[in-house]
Design a protein around this ligand. Structure first.
Ligand SMILES: Nc1ncnc2c1ncn2[C@@H]1O[C@H](COP(=O)(O)OP(=O)(O)OP(=O)(O)O)[C@@H](O)[C@H]1O
Length: 366
C-alpha cells in the first residue's frame, strides 16, 4: 500500500514537442494518498489512460518522477511496482477455470496454497462468482468475464494500489450500479488506494471520495463531488459536472461594475475588486442553473428576462431564457410557479463565481 506522488510529471508522445498542446500530460504535481478512493474523470483524449499507465509503469514519462511513499519508481517494472490494473476489456485466461484465474495473481507471487483458497473464495463471494468457480472462463458471458477480471485485480491485498481503467464499459447497465457498490465495499474493507478512471460523472461521484478532473492534460480540480459542484475551480469543471452545466457570462469590468453587454450585474466589493485586480480580458461569471433565483413576481432585485423554453423533467423543470444575448438555464422546483413569456431572476451572490483566464478566483465571503 502506498501514497503515490507525481512530481513535475509531464508526458508527450511527440518526438519534438513545441507547445503545451503537444503534451498528453502537462507538467503537474499530484498526490494520491494511501487508502483513498479516487476517480480520474475527464473527456476522451484528456490524458487519463496515459496517467494510469505512467503510474503502473506501462509507460515511462517524458519528464518528472513517480514516487511510491519515499521511493522513486520510474525505473521499476509494473510487477516490481506491485500495482493491480483492471482494464476496460476482460484480461483473463480462457482455458483456466474461474478459480484458477482468480488464484493466478496469488500463485504468481508464490502465495502458499492454503492461503490462496480462502482469499479466492472471499473475493468470489463479494463479486458473486462462487457458483462459477469451477467453470472454464471461455464459457462465461461478457459481464461474468469482466467480473473475473476485476476479481483478479482485487485478489491481492498487498498491492500498492488498484487502478481501474473504465472497468464497467462492457457491463450491462443494471449490473454496473451493483458492481460500483461492490467496489466501494471492497475499498472500505481492504483500505487499498484505488484510482478509477471514467468519463462518466455519475460513476465518478458514486465511487470516489475525491475526484480529479482532467482537461487537456491537466488536473484542473481535485475535490469532493460537492466541491466540484458548488465551487468548480475551472470553467471546464463547471461545464462538465452537473446537468445542465454551469452558465457563463463574458464580463467587462467598467467603472459602473461588472457588465454583460449593457447589463450591470450587482456583485460584492470583494468580487469586483478581484475582477479589477486582473489585467486579463478573459473574465467570466459562472452560476449553476440550480442556484439562479427565479422569482414569482417582478421586484427591484430581479432582472426581467425572456423565456425561450421550458423542459419538464418530472420532478423539476429547466427554463431556458435570454439574458441580453446570452442563453442561460435555470432549474425550477416541481411546485414553483411556471413563468410564461417573462421571468424574473437574480443571481444570489454566494453562488456567483468569478473566473479569470478560466480559473476560479477565491473570494472570501465572510
Ligand atoms: N500511443 C500513443 N501515441 C500517440 N499519441 C497517443 C498515444 N496514446 C494516447 N495518445 C494521445 O494522447 C492524448 C491523451 O490520450 P489518453 O488515451 O491518455 O486519453 P484518455 O483521457 O484516456 O482518452 P479515452 O477516454 O478516449 O481513453 C490524446 O491526444 C491521444 O490521442
Amino acid at each position: 500500500m502506498a501514497e503515490i506522488r507525481l512530481r513535475s510529471l509531464a508526458h508527450t508522445y511527440e518526438k519534438d514537442p513545441q507547445s503545451p498542446e503537444d503534451y498528453a500530460i502537462r507538467e503537474m504535481e499530484h498526490v494520491w494518498h494511501q487508502g483513498g478512493a479516487y476517480a480520474l474523470l475527464g473527456p476522451s483524449g484528456c490524458g487519463k489512460s496515459t496517467m494510469l499507465n505512467i503510474i503502473s509503469g506501462l509507460l515511462e514519462p517524458s519528464h518528472g518522477e513517480v514516487i511510491f511513499d519515499t521511493r522513486i519508481v520510474n525505473e521499476l517494472s509494473p510487477q516490481e511496482r506491485n500495482i493491480a490494473q483492471v482494464f476496460q476489456f476482460p484480461v483473463i485466461y480462457d482455458t483456466m477455470t474461474v478459480f484458477d484465474n482468480l488464484a493466478f495473481p496469488l500463485r504468481n507471487i508464490k502465495t502458499p496454497e492454503h492461503l490462496v483458497k480462502p482469499r479466492v473464495h472471499e473475493v468470489a463471494d463479494i463479486l458473486e462468482l462462487t457458483p462459477l468457480l469451477k467453470r472454464k472462463a471461455k464459457n462465461l458471458s461478457a459481464d461474468e468475464k469482466q467480473k473475473v477480471s476485476m476479481g483478479r485485480g482485487l485478489v491481492r491485498d498487498d498491492v500498492s494500489a488498484i487502478l481501474f481503467d473504465e472497468p464497467l464499459t462492457v457491463i450491462d447497465p443494471q449490473l454496473k450500479w451493483k458492481l460500483r457498490r461492490k467496489l466501494k465495499q471492497i475499498h472500505e474493507q481492504f483500505n487499498i488506494t484505488m484510482i478509477y478512471v471514467t468519463h462518466d460523472q455519475l460513476e465518478a461521484s458514486t465511487f470516489a471520495e475525491k475526484i480529479a478532473v482532467m482537461y487537456e492534460g491537466q488536473i484542473v480540480q481535485f475535490g469532493t463531488p460537492r466541491e466540484l459542484f458548488e465551487k468548480p475551480a475551472h470553467t471546464f469543471v463547471g461545464f462538465f459536472i452537473g446537468s445542465p452545466g454551469m452558465n457563463f457570462l463574458d464580463i467587462e469590468v467598467t467603472d459602473q461594475g461588472l457588465r454583460y453587454g449593457d447589463i450591470t450585474i450587482p456583485v460584492s466589493e470583494k468580487r469586483l475588486a478581484a475582477a479589477r485586480a486582473s489585467s486579463s480580458d478573459n473574465i467570466r461569471l459562472g452560476i449553476r442553473p440550480e442556484f439562479i433565483h427565479v422569482w414569482d413576481d417582478r421586484n427591484s432585485e430581479a432582472f426581467e428576462v425572456r423565456v425561450k423554453d421550458m423542459e419538464d423533467l418530472g420532478t423539476y423543470r429547466i427554463m431556458t431564457f435570454w439574458f441580453g444575448d446570452a442563453l442561460m438555464k435555470a432549474r425550477l422546483h416541481e411546485d414553483q410557479r411556471i413563468p410564461q413569456k417573462k421571468a424574473y431572476i437574480s443571481f444570489p451572490e454566494q453562488w456567483l463565481n468569478v473566473y479569470i483566464d478560466e480559473f476560479r478566483v477565491e473570494v472570501d465571503d465572510e
